[in-house]
Design a protein around this ligand. Structure first.
Ligand code: APR
Length: 309
């Protein structure tokens, strides 16, 4: 059987950490790409030199040339610039849309059968850009946000109740932003909904902390954003796809009528397997949840409008 090949575009914090996790778990050979000359080569070589110590035999290389990425099974897109002081949200969207559009075009041209996982923010909008630039069907353009958001929710629930994160499941829907919808009714500890374990005001506080999870890290780091949990979350999606696990993971998916939304990338539970998004896992929402989901979808719709036609 041929070895799996994953291209990670952007050799910054999220990209390099994702490359490390993929190589160290033995999932695939990794090609790390960046626009900065030397950066992916240096990090790629450093990761390769860790292999004998860690005990894996995946190949890791860094490059500035998309020819080296040809025939990838998965393309992970982390390239972009962070929002700088004084920069408007719309400026960030157009700059990152330019970057994501260009890298996806170049990578998709040499890996026409790949599955794209978008990580660059603003996430849901960048998924639209990646789909347009690649021309790939919706099964093969997936956004990483929900796994991270629900991991954060799980962490906060476990901290609050003093239990292992292993026994905590959490459900987060909607766009990757302030309007995300943590579904506490479906968030459980050993199968028991947290709404039965915690008073309503504590549940609300945990939901709010989850929606603010990215900003909480930025406030600590000051000059960067989260990368360990985003990389681990991306790795989980890569694993689900390459091992054809049929995991049910919350991902940004181009909806075609599911959950009452059409033609928009929004976070929903999806069955991930070797073909990418194999199914959207539809669940019945209460009226309040549906309203919150629609509000979140509308926030994504407003951001997408900023993109050039
Ligand atoms: N082609 C390739 N790489 C590029 C390009 C481009 N056109 N433009 C920028 N890059 C690279 C940068 O050189 C940098 O190495 O993307 C990398 C981004 O890395 P960081 O600045 O360290 O950002 P990181 O923390 O990794 O976050 C990346 O993931 O979670 C999201 O919000 C986050 O959008 C951000 C992305």
């Amino acid at each position: 059987m041929a070895r799996n090949k994953v291209t990670v575009i952007g050799a910054g914090n999220v990209g390099a950490t994702t490359a490390q996790r993929i190589a160290e778990s033995g999932l695939a050979d990794v090609v790390l790409v960046d626009i900065v000359d030397g950066l992916p080569q240096g990090k790629g070589l450093d990761l390769a030199e860790a292999a004998p110590v860690v005990g894996h035999d995946a190949c890791v290389v860094g490059t500035n040339d998309y020819a080296d990425t040809a025939g990838s099974d998965i393309i992970v897109v982390t390239s972009g610039i962070p929002r700088k002081p004084g920069m408007s949200r719309d400026d960030l969207i157009s700059t990152n849309a330019g970057i994501v559009g260009a890298v996806v075009k170049a990578a998709a041209a040499v890996s026409p059968d790949a599955i794209i996982i978008v990580v660059t923010n603003p996430l849901d909008v960048m998924c639209h850009v990646a789909m347009q630039a690649s021309g790939f069907p919706r099964e093969r353009v997936i956004g990483m946000a929900g796994v991270l958001d629900s991991a954060r929710f799980r962490t906060f629930i476990a901290m609050e109740l003093g239990v292992s994160v292993k026994d905590v499941h959490a459900f987060v829907l909607g766009g990757h932003g302030d309007t995300m919808v943590p579904l506490s009714r479906y968030s459980t500890v050993a199968g028991v909904p947290i709404t039965e374990l915690l008073p309503a005001d504590r549940v609300k506080a945990l939901e709010e902390r989850t929606a603010n999870g990215g900003a909480e890290i930025v406030a600590f780091l000051k000059t960067g954003s989260a990368f360990y949990a985003p990389a681990a979350s991306t790795h989980e999606m890569v694993d689900a796809i390459l091992r054809d696990r049929k995991r049910v993971l919350p991902c940004a998916v181009m909806l075609k009528g599911e959950f009452g939304v059409d033609g928009l990338f929004v976070g929903v539970p999806a069955v991930l397997g070797r073909k990418g998004v194999e199914r959207v896992f539809e669940i019945k929402l209460t009226a309040d949840e549906q309203a919150a989901f629609e509000k979140s979808a509308n926030a994504v719709r407003e951001l997408v409008k900023v993109l050039p036609a």
